[in-house]
Design a protein around this ligand. Sequence first.
Ligand SMILES: [Zn+2]
Ligand SMILES: [Zn+2]
Length: 238
Amino acid sequence: MLLAITLSALAMTAIVAVRYLLTSGGFALATRAVRPGLYEGLNPQIRKEIGWSMASAAIYGIPAGVVAWGWQELGWTRIYTDVSAYPLWYLPVSLFLYMFAHDTWFYWTHRWMHRPKWFRIAHAVHHASRPPTAWAAMSFHPIEAITGAVVIPVLVFFIPVHVGILGLVLAIMTVMGVTNHMGWEMFPRWLVHSRVGNWLITASHHQRHHDEYRCNYGLYFRFWDRLCNTDRGLAKPS
Ligand SMILES: [Zn+2]
Ligand SMILES: [Zn+2]
């Protein structure tokens, strides 16, 4: 049993690491094409970003691997595979619930990590990327990585989710994590400034967090930033 759990954790770590390398690598290539020279002189920083991200991959992979094993072997979690187990309208609702719960957890732990003491201990690593690149998506100190790694493995015990929606949640998390750090806005202006776009966090919003630190703490939505008066709007496009 211990062997099976270990193998599951190792497999998940490998999946998270490969997913990171492919996504960050892909958007780093896109950056080279769309904004040539944007990462010029940043190679030493990028090496550090990849190093921290690889450590984070293990920290994310272990709890995910344990829970995946428990799901398969012991029927843990409320992940379901039969689409008709819940009404169809629940699919988008569950997607939103996962994103909102993750966003809420992220906002408050992120604000807590901007208190001077905890910033030095847990969050300075992430902000050492100045400016961040597409490789900074998982560049976290292990303490910060733990706060991020537990979210989905805990949520699956409480909020029913179809396995396909769970995959979508993870895909959105990965792509937004990378693109929010890559230094340019990939979404069209009309979308970013639309009525809906105005509530969503993309690169222009998170870039400003890296420029100015004590604002724009959110992950997906600007809800908490707006409610708590920490939203300073978007950075100038690069
Ligand atoms: Zn960041
Ligand atoms: Zn921060």
